[in-house]
Design a protein around this ligand. Structure first.
Ligand code: SAH
Length: 252
């Protein structure tokens, strides 16, 4: 099994594959102003097993294209949408966010929680701009430095994992530069990382390792997760996930 398939197996039964929470998705929806609009067409990019997709489907009068390149996640999402009675509002779509083929100006909103980093924040906000209708909403969460300065160990780790990690001021400037007007920003609270994401993941480690007979590749994945969790536990005052809500304002 290759690394991607192993990662899919580790994450597929968890409710979410990155830090967030229903209350935080709801807050972002409130800040977006989408609740006042009807007949929306939304794309949830890198939707995973649908943590945000289901909240969007419950709260908005919308049809939601749920995009992920991992089929097993979309299967779980579809089952969850059936159970929640919102399946008819969700269109699962196996595709890469690097090669989306939405028509120009066809979407009222693009949602992406804990996923835009896969193509990089700047590339995502630049490329996705054209799919939004004028006045359309972009709502993305992104790893963000919370302070101007930070411990060298932490700085080196995240720069290696994700070269674009930066402060909220820098992310806002990029949004403005690429034709968006920021509407709101907040930082996900600690419980979104710990209870919402890391704890369920930690509870999966043993079963995951046994299922893959303690293979070197499976152990490496678990070790990497443990290192990331350890850094969060020690340094969460310096970094977090920022949630950015912006409106398409111009050409960009
Ligand atoms: N939004 C979900 C999942 C976040 S994890 C949540 O908040 O729980 C990131 C997701 O992006 C994973 O589901 C992963 O499969 C997906 N992903 C990573 N690279 C991708 C790509 N190039 N195209 C589409 N999806 C991708």
């Amino acid at each position: 099994m290759n690394e991607l398939a192993l990662l899919a197996d580790l994450h597929r039964d968890t409710e979410r594959q990155g830090p967030c929470g229903q209350a935080e998705t709801r807050l972002a929806i409130e800040l977006s102003g989408l609740r006042e609009r009807r007949g929306l067409r939304i794309a949830d990019l890198g939707c995973g097993t649908g943590a945000s997709t289901l909240v969007l489907a419950h709260m908005l009068d919308a049809s939601i294209v749920a995009v992920d390149f991992l089929e097993p996640f979309l299967e779980t999402l579809t089952a969850r949408a059936d159970d929640a009675g919102v399946a008819e509002r969700i269109i699962p779509c196996t595709a890469s966010m690097e090669a989306l083929d939405f028509a120009a100006e066809s979407l009222d909103a693009i949602w992406s929680e804990g996923a835009i980093y896969n193509i990089g924040f700047e590339r995502g906000v630049r490329e996705w701009h054209r799919f939004l209708k004028p006045g359309g909403i972009l709502a993305v969460s992104e790893l963000t430095w919370l302070t101007e300065r930070r411990p060298a160990e932490l700085d080196a780790y995240w720069r290696e994992q994700y070269a674009e990690v930066d402060t909220a001021a820098a992310k806002m400037a990029l949004l403005e530069h690429h034709g968006y007007a920021p509407l709101g920003y907040f930082v996900l609270p600690r419980h979104c990382w710990l209870e919402g994401y890391y704890l369920p993941l930690q509870q999966r480690f043993q079963t995951f390792l046994s299922a893959h007979e303690n293979s070197a590749a499976a152990r490496t994945i678990v070790q990497d997760c443990r290192q990331e969790i350890d850094l969060y536990e020690r340094y969460s005052q310096y970094f977090g996930y920022g949630f950015y809500i912006a409106r398409k304002s111009g050409e960009g």
